[in-house]
Write a protein that binds this ligand. Structure first.
Ligand code: FDA
Length: 459
């Protein structure tokens, strides 16, 4: 068993862990990043499948995501805009496809009025929420005790309005059924992007992509760390106490003054902590779970929908693929569509054979773009549910009541152990931006603790 000693060991080479490691290095501390997989990036993974470059994980950058934008700039990466010329498409409850422009779906005047009024109400509530402390809002307990679905249904009895409002934080973001999380959790999701209106504005939230893929960010961050990033090193146990930490993988022992757990909180229980983590952490970690969404990639010999004057942007709370977009790569002559199948629809699809699944998903895409959508030259489903070191997509959220009850302790260090991950961010929550913010924060806290000589207090 090889042994190394560093100031800080970081578990996980995703955006959060690599950001923290670079900050710590800059502050003069030595680091080792232990990564379970044979690659860096975690939920950022750009790969070539059957000759097509695909963003298997995260890809979009929105204008509010300043921490990510700063990192992209600092790494010298280029961005490009998502294709958005032409009409968007909406499939209504009667299965009819209609074109529209702007953010409001082509619904009846009464439904439009209900959506507009409730959006205004939501924006006002979101404006009162501090994304870093949603539990501190005077109504946090009340808002955490009502499901997102139930709250919306208290506002209107217009089912189409409810479904369209629900999916912005439901299928499209937390990727859980809307009865499985609270109004407060939904408000946090919106507050993390600045407002509820931002979330429903595809041109805002899905604004830009990185040339060469968003995994370039962790790849370049890791390159700066060189041999201090160690792949194929799943951490099995972590001893911790007043003098620091000792992590053990299958063939390596790393001793350090501090550790950062830089991965999804649902994976903390994969590590044996010696001594065990405190009661509070044992409890709170059990109230977080990953959402689940299948990201579907369909590549065609050309972006045929553009010839019909379509932007590729498509929505329907009644469709298997509740949203889809033009995802053509920078400089690529071929056209790529990306669609998403969320939560229970995703569960149901995985009961089917791969062939049946593909047929059902492409059938759904054809409702937006016409029959040509059924014949891609490359087809791929990103299934993060099977990934041992992630276990779902996009990220983790609290169950009913959990955010108010436990949220404040999610990021709190336990002795020498610090936590950083997109799943615990305020601004940028569930996004790469949040991962980077949490990486900066954990590094800053360790640098401060190191200066104060409080390496492992509270153990
Ligand atoms: P992340 O999970 O990326 O990294 C944690 C790392 O820790 C992993 O590499 C894992 O292998 C490792 N690890 C876990 N346990 C370990 C152990 N015991 N020992 C060693 N290593 C261990 N975001 C966005 O901004 N725009 C977008 O368009 C999208 N879209 C999107 C699509 C899909 C399909 C997914 C899955 C996700 C997104 N996201 C996104 C979300 C975004 O990708 C995500 O929030 C961040 O990449 C998470 O970064 P972290 O570093 O926090 O965790």
């Amino acid at each position: 068993m090889a042994e190394i000693t560093r100031d800080v060991l970081i578990i996980g080479a995703g955006a959060a862990g690599l950001t923290a490691a670079n900050d710590l290095r800059k502050a003069g501390l030595s680091v080792a990043v232990l990564e379970a997989r044979d690659r860096v990036g975690g939920r950022l993974w750009t790969d070539v499948i059957d000759g097509a470059m695909l963003e298997i994980g995260g890809q979009w950058v929105s204008p509010d995501q300043q921490a990510l934008i700063d990192t992209i700039d600092e790494l010298g990466l280029e961005t490009y805009s998502r294709y958005r010329e032409g009409d968007s498409v909406y499939v209504g409850p009667d299965g009819k496809t209609s074109r529209f422009t702007g953010e409001m779906f082509p619904v009846s005047a009464a439904t439009e009025k209900a959506i507009a009024e409730i959006t205004e109400r939501l924006d006002a509530m979101v404006a009162e929420i501090d994304p870093d402390r949603p539990w501190a809002h005077p109504k946090a307990a009340e808002w955490d005790a009502v499901t997102w679905d139930a709250w919306l249904r208290q506002q209107t009895d217009d089912d189409e309005a409810v479904r369209n409002l629900a999916f912005a934080t439901g299928s499209a973001m937390l990727t859980k059924p809307t009865h499985a999380f609270s109004l407060l959790q939904s408000l946090l999701m919106a507050a993390s992007a600045g407002s509820y209106s931002h979330l429903v504005d595809a041109d805002f939230i899905l604004d830009k992509r990185v040339v060469g893929g968003l995994q370039r960010v962790p790849i370049l961050l890791a390159e700066r760390l060189g041999d201090d990033v160690l792949l194929n090193q799943p951490v099995r146990s972590l001893e911790w106490g007043a003098t620091g930490v000792t992590a053990t993988t299958d063939d390596l022992t790393v001793r350090a003054r501090f550790a950062i757990l830089a991965h999804a909180p649902v994976l903390y229980s994969r590590i044996s902590f010696v001594p065990p983590l405190p009661r509070r952490q044992h409890q709170l970690h059990q109230h977080l779970s990953m959402g689940f969404v299948i990201k579907v990639h369909a590549v065609y010999d050309r972006p045929f929908w553009r010839e019909q004057g379509l932007s590729g942007t498509a929505f329907s709370p009644y469709e298997l693929s509740h949203e889809a977009y033009d995802n053509t790569n920078h400089g690529d002559e071929r056209g790529t569509l990306v669609g998403f199948v969320s939560d229970q629809n995703a569960d149901d699809l995985f009961e089917l054979s791969a062939e049946e699944r593909k047929e059902r998903i492409l059938e759904s895409l054809s409702h937006y773009y016409g029959p040509e959508a059924k014949n891609p030259v490359v087809y791929y489903e990103s299934d993060w549910g099977t990934e041992e070191w992630t276990r779902g997509a996009y990220a983790a959220s609290f169950d009913m009541g959990g955010l108010h009850r436990y949220g404040a302790d999610l990021r709190a260090a336990v002795g020498p152990i610090h936590f950083a991950c997109s799943d615990m961010a305020g601004a940028g929550y569930q996004h790469v931006d949040g991962a980077i913010r949490m990486g900066h924060l954990a590094a800053e806290n360790i640098i401060d603790a190191g200066r104060a000589g409080t390496a492992a207090s509270g153990a």
